[in-house]
Design a protein around this ligand. Structure first.
Ligand SMILES: [Zn+2]
Length: 188
């Protein structure tokens, strides 16, 4: 792929064609995907498939679709911040979504900073899941506790999720704060 200025120092770049199929992923994709999501997200599994099937949570899916529509329709780039944590660190990321040739759209994500912390097993993709369920914000990793969204470390404490042999399953949503931020991205 020809690198653009905005993409030069990206951690990870991928591109969808006019029919939303993933047509390119850069060399850092596999390193990142394998470390965080396992082999199901390896480049050979995702290339040629529609982007939407890899986005978890109905609300996140709607937001991504709206962002892509906006990028294509108004020929502007979208930029937002999100978290892609590992159990042992908070990973603050930025994403830029821009228009390529022939209505293709590229996604360039970059690590802005990393903060180490004590490992949070709730976010460990390898841990055994039980029948309990908690909702995590796909964008900031806040966890819903009753009616409040709490930072993941605080939620884990509140819910007593330490040193347990299994963890609740995760469902993905979006907290009020991230919802407002993303709405603003769509309407500026
Ligand atoms: Zn959030």
């Amino acid at each position: 792929m020809k690198k653009t200025d905005s993409a030069r120092d990206s951690l990870c770049l991928y591109k969808i064609d006019a029919s939303d199929r993933i047509v390119e992923v850069d060399e850092s994709w596999d390193r990142f995907a394998l470390a965080n999501q396992g082999t199901a997200m390896a480049s050979k599994q995702v290339l040629g498939r529609e982007l939407w099937q890899f986005i978890t949570g109905e609300e996140s899916l709607q937001i991504y679709r709206s962002l892509v529509d906006r990028v294509r329709g108004q020929k502007v780039a979208a930029r937002f911040y999100f978290r892609c944590d590992a159990p042992e660190c908070r990973r603050f990321m930025s994403m830029r979504i821009g228009l390529g040739a022939d209505r293709s759209v590229y996604f360039a994500s970059r690590i802005e900073r990393i903060e180490p912390r004590s490992a949070v097993s709730l976010l460990d993709s390898a841990i055994v899941r039980d029948r309990r369920m908690v909702t995590v914000c796909s964008w900031c990793k806040a966890v819903k506790c009753e009616s409040r969204w709490l930072p993941v470390e605080e939620a884990v404490e509140r819910l007593g999720l330490f040193a347990q042999p299994s963890m609740p399953a995760l469902s993905h949503g979006i907290c009020e704060s991230c919802h407002t931020t993303m709405e603003n991205q769509l309407h500026w």
